[in-house]
Design a protein around this ligand. Structure first.
Ligand code: NAP
Ligand code: MN
Length: 265
């Protein structure tokens, strides 16, 4: 088994990565950052997001494992003091994995070019100065004219991140769904949006046709892009999925409770 270790820059992560490297080589694993079978991230959920983008072209061949150096995260099943248990689990690996949906984003520009992205958490479109105005289409049918700060389209695993801050629902990642949430929409007698999160079915897509301003900001997970003049952005559930090597099961709702509610009395 070829393993890549991706760590963030904090001292605890470097320490854990050193220890893991040592134990993996001692147990006969090969370290390979170019063509790994398994990518182990050490840091937080953000570290896993970074590794996802680094290996986005190899998603059908790679399984991910997240080690968290702080509290447990949503993409991280292991803590840094469990390195020994993780190596034992890897030695007994039988290829077990779980997979989750991703978001496919296609942006068309006025000059006829387009760009394509995959997101693990979400993509947003915002305007840097002034109100964002965009028409929203569902399955190519006009749905609403949005005015406000922006719109966020998220995956089920991304539903506990930015989307949740926008009042979105937390979605179990076994559902193949895509959620649209509003970022500060303007609603009055003149402007009207749904003003509620929208959860779409697997075969549906959303298209934004923003007014032609130059100052949009598009975010794909932790990355920000200032695109050239956008004519349309289409969001749909991707054909690709992300695979995690899952050696032990933690119920999704336990994770949600642990992250957001904390110890019960
Ligand atoms: P960050 O600023 O460290 O992320 C903000 C927080 O979101 C961190 O605590 C991060 O956990 C957590 N997080 C990331 N993915 C999550 C998920 N799927 N479920 C629950 N929490 C999650 O930046 P980052 O680590 O590079 O993460 C980028 C993400 O930040 C974006 O994809 C977006 O979802 C989120 N974000 C949120 C807001 C907002 O809520 N207003 C604004 C911008 C971005 P770790 O500490 O474990 O990394
Ligand atoms: Mn982070």
């Amino acid at each position: 088994m070829r393993i890549a270790i991706i760590k963030n820059s904090n001292a605890q992560s470097k320490l854990a990565a050193g220890l893991l490297t040592q134990k993996l080589t001692k147990n006969g694993f090969t370290l390979d950052t170019h063509n790994p079978d398994v990518v182990i991230t050490i840091g937080g959920d953000g570290t896993l997001l970074g590794a996802f983008h680094r290996y986005a072209q190899q998603l059908d061949r790679v399984r991910f494992i997240g080690v968290h150096t702080g509290h447990l995260g949503f993409y991280t099943d292991w803590r840094d003091y469990e390195i020994d248990d993780l190596v034992q689990a890897l030695l007994k690996d039988s290829g077990q994995s779980v997979s989750y949906p991703l978001l496919d984003i296609l942006a068309d520009y006025e000059d006829g070019t387009s760009s394509h992205y995959l997101a693990l958490n979400e993509a947003t479109l915002k305007r840097l100065s002034g109100t964002m105005r965009t028409d929203v289409y569902i399955r190519d049918n006009f749905f609403e004219s949005f005015r406000g700060d922006g719109l966020c389209v998220s995956t089920p695993t991304g539903s506990t991140a930015y989307s949740k801050s926008n009042g979105g629902a937390v979605i179990h990642p076994r559902l193949d769904a895509m959620q649209v949430t509003e970022i500060a929409s303007i609603n009055n007698r003149v402007f009207r949006t749904l003003a509620a999160p929208l959860i779409l079915a697997p075969d549906e897509w959303v298209v934004l046709r923003p007014e032609p301003f130059q100052d949009y900001l598009m975010s794909i997970d932790q990355f920000s892009i200032t695109p050239q003049l956008v004519t349309a952005i289409r969001f749909r559930i991707a054909d690709e999925r992300i695979h995690f090597a899952r050696y032990r099961h933690m119920h999704f709702w336990d994770r949600v409770e642990d992250a957001f509610i904390g110890a019960k009395q």
